[in-house]
Design a protein around this ligand. Structure first.
Ligand SMILES: [Zn+2]
Length: 419
């Protein structure tokens, strides 16, 4: 039976103006109609009707940069056994779904356990978000591999890089993640320093491309960003010093390469003033946050496509609060609507999944959230569990409050409570 959501304000994730008094029709998990009530012919059919007067409906959010293996520990140098880690990854995945993040792209997992968790979710044993997985973070020999044991795959030289890509493909990775420059969250990491050489990067992107896998590049320094772009990556993660390179910015505009600025990482650390966070982490973030904001502003104004990546899992950056990244992007210069597009339509494009996901348009999968307040007035509404009424994935309710009044027929077999 089809489900009809009516009396809604529709924000479809394309950047179009909100449509008041709209209707959204779900058939077989997909959107059959989304638009003004006046454009929909009801016919004589039977419907499951949800009257959502006063509510706003958005696509399910897509966080294109998460780490399911981290829970926001003050220091990411944790040690844990595989059994506990698998449960932690599942728990974090569910926190995303219950917060309306119906799709996550994990850019550095842990001992391949995220693939197992995804299998259990796909088999219907657990509720969970769609998961686009990179497997391991491919890096040169450097200190990060000791800090994030379980996440890194060290590879030096073209042959080793090729092998590292093949390993991720073998494990069912949807894309490849590469550390092109040093990192902020590695004690001795210098974010501006280029790590991989040109031949290694080109080999990596070429090998990934052979298997139809796009590449996400962790890149802070301008030189590394440009190298990654010229090698053919699809997304630039962080892009902290992008503002140093007008050439890189125009390359991204011309080739439609996405920037995921991950501003929330720095703000969570800087604003928390938590003594449990190692001092070097706080100091390094303080030193780079303005660069990250400036780079986003310049890229946005130049027309670089922007997608949401919260990097949740980093210190005090908790799963379920991901969408506050939209607010930080707005503070750095994006319009509220463009920030919403960054977390929906654009994020789907960054994943390469936009032909079937990311916007509320006919024939796309019915992943959506319902809010009882207007997110355009305050983007933090999207991360407010009290405002989030329910979450649908494939046209079925997968998360709602305990005291809901939704009919039983609209629920998925496994669903979560919004806490
Ligand atoms: Zn990350």
């Amino acid at each position: 039976m089809d489900t009809v959501l009516h009396n809604i304000t529709l924000i479809d994730g394309t950047g179009s103006l909100p449509v008041q008094n709209a209707v959204l029709v779900i058939r077989d998990g997909k959107i059959d109609y989304a638009g003004p009530a006046s454009g929909w012919a009801e016919g004589g059919k039977e419907w499951i009707r949800l009257d959502l007067r006063g509510c706003f409906i958005l696509p399910g959010l897509i966080d294109a940069h998460v780490h399911l293996s981290g829970s926001g520990e003050a220091d990411s140098q944790f040690r844990t056994d595989d059994g506990s880690m698998a449960l932690k990854i599942l728990s974090n995945a569910q926190k995303n779904l219950a917060a309306g993040i119906t799709t996550v792209r994990d850019l550095g997992g842990w001992n391949e356990l995220e693939f197992e968790v995804r299998n259990w979710i796909l088999q219907g044993e657990f509720a969970g978000p769609r998961m686009c997985l990179a497997g391991r973070f491919i890096s040169i020999t450097e200190a990060g591999a000791d800090y994030y044991q379980g996440m890194y795959r060290v590879a030096d030289g073209v042959d080793e890089v090729r092998k590292a890509v093949r390993e991720q493909v073998k494990n069912n990775a949807d894309l490849i993640k590469v550390g092109v420059t040093g990192a902020v969250l590695v004690e001795n990491g210098v974010p501006g320093t280029t790590h991989f050489n040109e031949d290694e990067l080109r080999t990596l992107v070429q090998e990934a491309g052979k298997f139809g896998r796009p590449v996400a590049a962790h890149a802070h320094g301008a030189e590394g960003i440009l190298l990654a772009l010229q090698a053919g990556v699809r997304t630039i993660e962080h892009g902290t010093f992008l503002h140093h390179s007008p050439e890189a910015i125009s390359y991204m505009v011309d080739h439609g390469i996405f920037l995921l600025p991950t501003l929330k990482v720095g703000w969570d650390i800087i604003l928390a003033k938590d003594p449990k966070i190692p001092e070097w982490i706080t100091e390094k973030n303080k030193a780079t946050q303005r660069d990250a904001e400036l780079s986003l502003r310049m890229a946005y104004e130049a027309g670089v496509p922007i997608a949401m990546g919260s990097d949740v899992g980093t210190p005090l950056n908790y799963h379920g609060e991901n969408t506050l990244e939209l607010y930080w992007m707005q503070q750095a210069g994006l319009s509220a609507m463009d920030a919403i597009v960054a977390g929906t339509g654009n994020a789907a494009r960054a994943l390469g999944w936009d032909s079937w996901l990311g916007t509320l348009e006919k024939d796309k999968v019915a992943d959506l959230i319902v809010l009882d307040a207007n997110p355009i007035n305050d983007l933090r509404t999207i991360a407010d569990k009290k405002r989030l009424q329910f979450v649908m994935k494939d046209g079925q309710v997968v998360a709602c409050h305990v005291n809901h009044d939704l009919p039983a027929k609209v629920f998925a077999k496994k669903y979560l409570s919004i806490e």
